[in-house]
Ligand binder design. Structure first.
Ligand code: GLU
Length: 447
């Protein structure tokens, strides 16, 4: 390993020894920059690695709210404003009991490179709270969102920091957050994306992460003179992202055969197509956070409690749920079952050991920061529409999204060819994302 990279990694590990997820992400990115750091001395001269691994600003705050029984509850709110070199901080808000500062630092760090890859003028950030949406009434969620905004509003804005949804933050939460911001600042502005279609949201935004991942898969297959036609796909999760994948995959002649939830996974031998895709939305809207109900409705399906879908025979695996959801054993299972390709749609969905297994077995692997960039890219398109006070039609947004995903794919390939080895999408994404941010940081001076 290059000595400068080694030095920075050692120092970061020592300084933030308890931030496991952040360290995992920083290690993965920095280790893949070996050749570019060796060849381009200005990055060391300007101490870019130390600067790029340190968030520009972190805000943490108390979120007090009252539940329906009148009990007072207190959660922690966060916003990690990681890097604003390429544009306003941009990245989702996650409401989930697993949310910690380490997790949000990893996500904000990843977001910086992902957003750079989109080619749009957006920096990187992430935020959220350890609040658990599951089982809460609409009123409780509204009161929580309002309290969260009572602090967050002063740190965000259309030219400062533009949050969006993520796990636990969908259309309902974005509505409540938006309403409270508008009330507090007395301005109707596009400071958050994923808004309702009647009040500034973009068409295709709900589908975008899933659509983008499938477009990326198409490009990877093209490199092998192959297409999605007839392929079987196993997906984890059953939220927006998995739903978007199912819609686009079935349109392109592929078949999703599995989805999963915290309770287990569903295998549908006939594929999740047509009304079954719409049913995914109904399950999500029920607020129960389980997938078992699917088998009560469709007899072609079987439910496997407590299991993940990686033991199935499938052509392509798409982890779409949460970080580190696919481990070494899952990777061995997929390899044994002749899986041909893995598209990581969740952020850092695969453990480093799992990725190693895929690499050893020459299974093409797309990292989340490239494959799932369609979501934030379409958020960028929502920001453009808000600034212009215009609304593009579905086809226009979809065509732009597709074009962005093709460019990301090609930039990964080119960067890997130049500074790593052919077909290494992980290094390709890290290098292509890094180069733009690092060069712009140097151009903007020591700030
Ligand atoms: N949470 C999504 C992501 O991880 C979307 C972020 C956004 O649209 O700003 O990229």
């Amino acid at each position: 390993m290059n000595s400068y990279i080694k030095e920075v990694l050692e120092r970061t590990h020592k300084k933030y020894s308890w931030e496991h997820e952040f360290l995992q992400a920083a290690t993965e990115v920095l280790e893949s920059l070996n050749l570019i750091i060796e060849r381009v001395p200005k990055y060391k001269k300007h101490r870019i690695l130390e600067r790029i691994t340190e968030p520009e600003r972190i805000i943490t705050f108390r979120v007090p709210w009252q539940d329906d029984r009148g009990e007072i509850r207190v959660n922690t709110g966060y916003r990690v404003e990681f890097n604003s070199t390429l544009g306003p901080y941009k990245g989702g808000l996650r409401f989930h009991p697993s949310v910690t500062l380490s997790g949000l630092k990893f996500l904000g760090f990843e977001q910086t490179f992902k957003n750079s890859l989109t080619g749009l003028p957006i920096g990187g950030g992430k935020g959220g709270s350890d609040f658990n949406v599951t089982g809460r009434s609409d009123n409780e969620v509204m009161r929580f969102c309002q309290s969260f905004m009572n602090e967050l509003y002063r740190h965000v804005g259309p030219d400062t920091d533009v949050p969006a949804g993520d796990i636990g933050v969908g259309g309902r939460e974005i509505g409540y957050l938006f309403g409270q911001y508008k009330k507090l600042v007395n301005r109707f502005e596009g400071w958050i994306t994923g808004k309702g279609l009647n009040w500034g949201g973009s068409l295709i935004r709900p589908e975008a992460t899933g659509f983008g991942a499938i477009y990326f898969a198409e490009e990877m297959l093209k490199m092998k003179n192959d297409t999605l036609e007839g392929k079987t796909l196993a997906v984890s999760g059953f939220g927006n992202v998995a739903w978007g994948c199912a819609l686009k995959a079935s349109e392109l002649g592929a078949k999703i055969i599995a989805i999963s939830g915290p309770d287990g996974f569903v295998y549908d031998k006939d594929g999740i197509i047509g009304e079954k895709i719409d049913y995914m939305l109904k399950m999500r809207a029920s607020g129960k956070d389980i997938v078992e109900d699917y088998v009560k409705k469709f007899s072609s399906a079987e439910f496997f409690p407590g299991k993940r879908p990686w033991g199935l025979n499938c052509d392509i695996a798409l982890p779409c749920a949460i970080q580190n959801e696919l481990d070494e054993n899952d990777a061995k299972e997929l390899t044994k079952n002749q899986c041909k390709m893995v598209i990581e749609v969740s952020n850092m969905g695969c453990t480093p050991e799992a990725i190693q297994i895929f690499q050893q077995n020459n299974i093409p692997f797309a990292p989340g920061k490239a494959a799932n960039a369609g979501g934030v890219a379409t958020s960028g398109l929502e920001m453009s529409q808000n600034s212009m006070r215009l609304k593009w039609d579905k086809n226009e947004v979809d065509a732009k999204l597709k074009n962005i995903m093709i460019n990301i794919h090609n930039n990964c390939i080119e960067a890997a060819d130049e500074y790593s080895f052919t077909g290494d999408y992980i290094s390709g994404a890290n290098i292509a994302g890094f180069k733009k941010v690092a060069d712009a940081m140097i151009e903007q001076g020591l700030v």
